[in-house]
Design a protein around this ligand. Structure first.
Ligand SMILES: *[C@@H]1O[C@H](CO)[C@@H](O)[C@H](O)[C@H]1NC(C)=O
Ligand SMILES: *[C@@H]1O[C@H](CO)[C@@H](O)[C@H](O)[C@H]1NC(C)=O
Ligand SMILES: *[C@@H]1O[C@H](CO)[C@@H](O)[C@H](O)[C@H]1NC(C)=O
Length: 471
């Protein structure tokens, strides 16, 4: 799984450098990738994201019924907003990508990442989680959403096999997997667009497409939107989203373009996939009751970039070692099977979440899953993202500290100590109440009374939107 994480981080890294709409230049990327030392640092840094377990003993508590009740109940087999048709695509757009998992990125096998319907391998050896919950933890890859969504959709209660009775059309194309391999090394823009072009060519010949030109179609992108927004040949990424036929297709993506109304951001998958409401409740009780001994935590590696913000945060954290806990991923400590990261999140009231290569990070969800309150330094890390899941008032469950203040010497510890115990408790309650909405569960359809997970909320939202759009 370190393989996956390495390549993932590489991907993200390039993306932000080159694909940022404001900063398109791909030469710097190439330069970047030639620098082995930097590559190594990225590699080490990324590893931590995937390794998410812990060893803290569980304490029992049962305070969370109220939180559970805030979440809406699944209505029994009713599809008020219509049915979904899942296209049967030629294998090259999904199945073949999985079959060729060894060859999905230039350096490493991605077979673990895409295994098990996208959940990844079971996190064997996981210690510290309540024992009966350990089997519900997986080494889930942060970019596996495409596979997870497809598998879930095949079993969706509102899926129909008759296009005539559908109001929504899902295109199960694994765009991120198809493109990832070509993002890095010396591939051409044409290579990066190949699958995408063929997919659209295929779709436009389908009957449902001709009825709507795509306005009732949707797709899930397992990577950040910026990986699909290349406007110039030499820039980063594929130009998928800018292709004319994409103009009306609704897109779910792990990071959206905040200004694109046709894009919805959905949570990065984390490692916990509960099988029942009772497992979820147990987890909520567990993180709620966990004793937290550090004020804040920083998990990450330094980068050899001048005045790198993460390096500043790490140094800050080391300087405040009485109240801050560092998990330094510049060494090998974030490797497979470490419980250090989850343990650190579980033990801390707050976790620092600087932007990564993209504005958003999977780590934010890892942090919140452990009941820790995220601290952002870029508004774009949370504003106008994940609103269907986390709401649109991030100040209720997170803290914002301007990175400029930090660079100018402001003390993060003092800012965080400025929150009363009551305020911290309130924010943590909010974080915990959101967990069931951003986790991807594997509860059976007929678990009546189960809360809607991230997938349910995403698909409900899509259906509702198409329904309202049609009037
Ligand atoms: C690979 O990169 C080199 C230098 O950047 C360039 O001259 C060459 O044409 C590239 N090859 C391909 C196949 O794109
Ligand atoms: C779809 O697009 C084509 C080409 O622009 C146009 O001729 C046709 O009327 C459109 N159909 C619908 C249903 O909007
Ligand atoms: C941490 O402490 C060292 C030594 O006192 C100091 O040079 C450095 O600037 C401090 N770092 C931060 C981020 O405050």
């Amino acid at each position: 799984m370190s393989d996956q994480s390495i390549s993932s981080e590489l991907h993200t890294h390039k993306k932000s450098k080159n694909s940022s709409p404001r900063n398109p230049s791909s030469n710097s990327l190439r330069f970047f990738f030639c620098k082995c030392s930097q590559l190594f640092i990225i590699f080490l840094f990324q590893v931590f994201i995937l390794n998410f377990i812990f060893t803290t003993p569980s304490k029992s508590a049962s305070l969370h019924q109220d939180i559970q009740q805030q979440n809406t109940l699944l209505s029994p087999q009713k599809c008020d907003y219509g049915m979904i048709y899942v296209y049967e695509l030629p294998a090259m757009f999904n199945k073949e990508l999985i079959n060729n998992c060894r060859d999905l990125d230039p350096w490493h096998s991605r077979c673990n990442a895409v295994s098990n319907d996208g959940l990844g391998p079971k996190a064997v050896g996981l210690s510290g989680v309540p024992e009966n919950l350990a089997p519900s933890w997986y080494w889930t890859d942060m970019f596996a959403g495409e596979v997870i969504y497809h598998a879930r959709m095949m079993n969706h209660k509102c899926r129909t096999t008759e296009p005539e009775s559908a109001t929504a059309f899902y295109i199960p194309f694994y765009a991120g997997l198809a493109v990832a391999k070509y993002l890095f090394t010396n591939y051409t823009a044409k290579d990066r667009d190949l699958h995408c072009e063929r997919l659209l060519k295929w779709v436009q010949d389908q009957k449902p497409w001709r009825r709507s030109n795509g306005s009732d179609h949707f797709i899930m992108l397992g990577r950040m939107t910026w990986d699909f927004r290349r406007s110039k040949e030499e820039d980063w990424g594929s130009s998928f989203i800018y292709m004319p036929l994409m103009k009306r297709i609704l897109r779910l993506a792990v990071e959206r373009d905040p200004w694109d109304q046709l894009e919805i951001s959905v949570p990065y998958p984390t490692g916990f996939h509960p099988k029942s409401t009772s497992e979820m409740d147990q987890w909520l009780d567990f993180v709620h009751a966990h004793r937290r001994t550090s004020l804040f935590t920083f998990v990450g590696g330094k980068r050899k970039v001048r005045s790198d913000f993460r390096t500043i945060l790490q140094s800050h954290c080391y300087n405040e070692s009485d109240s801050c806990r560092v998990v330094d991923c510049s060494g090998t400590r974030c490797y497979d099977g470490t419980s250090e990261i989850l343990e650190a999140f579980l033990d801390s009231d707050f976790c620092l979440q600087p932007r990564g290569d993209a504005y958003t990070r999977r780590s934010t969800f890892d942090c919140m899953l452990a009941g820790s309150i995220p601290v952002f330094f870029w508004k774009r890390s949370i504003n106008r993202q994940y609103e269907w899941f986390l709401g649109d008032e991030p100040e209720k469950f997170s803290v914002f500290i301007d990175r400029k203040d930090v660079r100018n010497g402001a003390s993060i510890r003092k800012v965080l100590e400025g929150y009363s115990r009551d305020e911290v408790r309130r924010m943590r309650e909010m974080v915990i109440s959101l967990i069931p909405k951003f986790v991807y569960s594997i509860m059976p359809n007929d678990d009546v009374g189960s809360t809607k997970d991230a997938f349910d909320l995403a698909i409900d939202g899509v259906l509702k939107r198409f329904y309202e759009q049609k009037g």
